[in-house]
Design a protein around this ligand. Structure first.
Ligand code: TPP
Ligand code: MG
Length: 657
């Protein structure tokens, strides 16, 4: 151990201890325990440039054990990231501070991503490592040659998602992924022996990982293990035996160090024990200088990388810019319009999952940065097209990932792919299993990532598979997530439009719900305008002074149009509105909303799903309030009163009032 490294690590420790104490809230134990590992990594191995946190070839560092966020903030301050000032450290966990409780992600700040929900960061790291391999293949290993590092705690590795993520990483042989396991054998309830007896070596080796073990306070061992891992042909996990709350005479090695401030008295004992006589938040000049020098190395690294890139053929540079900026999106509109015009003439009856497939096939030709996949339902989700090229451990020159039956892992990896930069991930499963993706979907939305979730088999319309597979509450649940656009297109025209919005959304993920069953073409006229972008639009009105408005989404637009015909036969005029995206409609101007939904006309909403999200538009909601039924889909619709006759009956009732 060199004194120098000890002092550098202690700077991380004390900033973390002091910030948690000042905030009177936070987690000091993990930063104290992992300060040595992080210091060795940042000083001797990590390539990064605090002057440009978005440098393409930087090593990625993910803090999966995000509760230890002060570790990251301390490192970002010490190495000189401009957003992380001493004042911000002192503002830890206060309103709007960049040093929030769990940092998640802030573009171009130095935070790659971290986990509030344990395990997610590990899944993100796998996605980032896949992204890196894709980039390396596209732009050559002399342009992209970095690593993905992550810190994971006992909790991260107990979570089920860690199994999916690590199993996938092992299968894909992501050799540039290096995970540090903070093996302190302590979690909140006490020693981990209360709840786990896993043999980690066997567990991780069985996934196809390289397993290394070090004393997490021995700098030489740590550095040597990183060197070893850097040369391995497999993903790497370095188990670091650490002491939680390292340096605290009364709390080290105990769960009491995990999640509360140490207290002034204990902190002064730690200062004595670690021989750190400096005041709270005080970092001696020579130590800060040393840390800043570590950061400054990155300026030279990036400069060299840029000049090497300049010397390469200009095609690579151009392509890198193109993908980084999604520049081809500029021509997306004309592609979508050409498709819309073609299908307006054809007016095909198709399941919207097929419509999505047609869209994917068209857009992937234009955008090589789209990376698709499915959790073993490629044929059912229609996510794989003839333009899909499968990625494997032997070849990352592709755009499609067989994620296996790993919905949690797939969704977390998609967040990682989006975080990598430039890549646009989409991935499919049945809508019912969106529940298995939910924690990651929530994080896509929270972090504002362009991730596209493809959810087919979106209602009781899937028929015979029955209630376990028939989503009822899923759409309402997804719609309750802030900053997530939930689309439910009704035909090929809307499907193209919804995909168009999803691809062009900068900071909003999308969930696209798609039917298993065939649906008719509904749009009466062709326009280049993206009507789905407004959330809802009028499909057909039988008279200006109509007596009832029917609002439906997806497969139920067909039903609404059928009811409109039947109503006309008994001289009741109506307006049918398709609402493929509630979130977008809710964002429109009051005048547009009033133009679409006339105030004084009674409204009926129709969706083969929970009525929960529809109640804001009407009190007359046709939907499903119980679990589904196993039968041919038309019978199931009958059973749940989702028929034209029932719509007419309700319309007659509310018009009379
Ligand atoms: C999915 C999820 N469940 C529960 C929690 C609450 N939580 C935060 S940290 C933690 C476990 C702490 O143990 P460990 O991961 O070993 O971290 P250490 O105390 O060693 O820093 C728990 C249960 C969480 N953040 N995420
Ligand atoms: Mg622990």
């Amino acid at each position: 151990m060199t004194t120098n490294l000890n002092q550098l690590a202690n700077a991380v420790r004390f900033l973390s201890i002091d910030a948690v104490q000042k905030a009177n809230s936070g987690h000091p134990g993990m930063p104290m325990g992992m300060a040595d590992v992080a210091t060795v990594l940042f000083k001797e191995h990590l390539n990064f440039n605090p002057q440009n946190p978005s440098w393409v070839n930087r090593d990625r560092f993910i803090l999966s054990a995000g509760h230890g966020s002060m570790l990251l903030y301390s490192l970002l301050y010490l190495t000189g990231y401009k957003d992380f000032t001493m004042d911000e450290l002192k503002n830890f966990r206060q309103m709007k501070s960049i040093c929030a409780g769990h940092p998640e992600y802030k573009k171009n700040s130095g935070i790659e991503t971290t986990t509030g929900p344990l395990g997610q960061g590990l899944g993100n790291a796998v996605g980032l490592a896949i992204g890196e391999e894709i980039y390396r293949k596209k732009f050559s290993s002399s342009v992209v040659d970095h690593k993905t590092y992550a810190i994971a705690s006992d909790g991260d590795l107990m979570e089920g998602i860690s199994h999916e993520a690590m199993s996938l990483a092992g299968h894909l042989k992501l050799k540039n992924l290096i995970v540090f396991f903070d093996n302190n054998k302590i979690s909140i309830d006490g020693p981990t022996s209360l709840s786990t007896s896993d043999n980690y070596k066997k567990r991780f080796e069985s996934y196809g990982w390289n397993y290394l073990e070090v004393n997490g306070h021995n700098h030489r061992q740590i550095s040597n293990a990183i060197k070893k891992a850097s040369k391995s042909k497999k993903p790497n996990i370095i188990s670091c035996k650490t002491v939680i709350g390292f340096g605290s005479p009364n709390k080290s090695g105990k769960s009491s160090a995990h999640g509360s401030p140490l207290g002034d008295e204990e902190i002064s004992l730690v200062r004595k024990k670690l021989k750190w006589p400096h005041a709270s938040f005080e970092i001696p000049e020579n130590i800060l200088k040393n840390w800043r020098k570590i950061g400054e190395k990155g300026i030279t690294l990036e400069k060299k990388w840029l000049s090497d890139l300049d010397k390469k053929n200009s095609k690579i540079k151009k392509e890198l810019d193109l993908i980084q900026n999604n520049s081809n999106l500029e021509t997306l509109d004309s592609l979508i319009n050409a498709e819309k015009e073609k299908f307006f003439k054809e007016k095909p009856s198709k399941a919207t999952r097929e419509c999505s497939s047609i869209t994917i096939e068209a857009v992937t030709k234009l955008l090589p940065e789209i990376i698709g996949g499915s959790a073993d339902l490629s044929g059912s989700n229609n996510t794989k097209t003839k333009n899909s090229k499968v990625i494997s451990s032997k070849n990352f020159d592709g755009n499609y990932i067989h994620y296996g039956i790993r919905e949690h892992g797939m969704a977390a990896a998609m967040n990682g792919l989006a975080l990598y930069g430039g890549l646009i991930p989409y991935g499919g499963t049945f809508l019912i299993f969106s529940d298995y993706c939910k924690p990651s979907i929530r994080l896509s939305a929270l972090m504002g990532l362009k991730v596209i979730y493809i959810f087919s088999h979106d209602s009781i319309g899937l028929g015979e598979d029955g209630p376990t597979h028939q989503p009822v509450e899923q759409l309402a649940g997804l719609r309750a997530i802030p900053n997530l656009n939930v689309f439910r297109p009704a035909d090929i025209n809307e499907t193209l439009e919804c995909w168009q919005v999803a691809l062009k959304s900068k900071n909003t993920p999308s969930a696209i719900a798609l039917s298993r069953q065939k649906l008719p073409y509904i749009n009466p006229s062709y326009t280049k305008k993206n009507k789905s972008e407004l959330g809802a639009y009028v499909v057909n009105t039988t008279a200006q002074n109509h007596l009832v408005t029917l609002i439906a989404s997806g497969s139920e637009v067909e039903l609404a149009l059928l009811a409109q015909k039947d109503l006309k036969e008994i001289n009741i005029d109506s307006k049918v509105i398709s609402m493929p995206c509630q979130e977008l409609f809710n964002q429109q101007s009051i005048s547009y909303k009033n133009e679409i939904i006339d105030k004084d006309v009674p409204v009926i909403t129709i969706e083969a799903s929970s009525i929960n999200s529809w109640e804001r538009y009407s009190k007359n909601n046709m939907g499903i309030e119980t679990f589904g039924e196993s039968a041919p889909f038309k019978e199931v619709y009958q059973h749940f009163n989702l028929t034209s006759a029932k719509i007419v009956e309700l319309a007659k009732k509310i018009i009379k009032k």
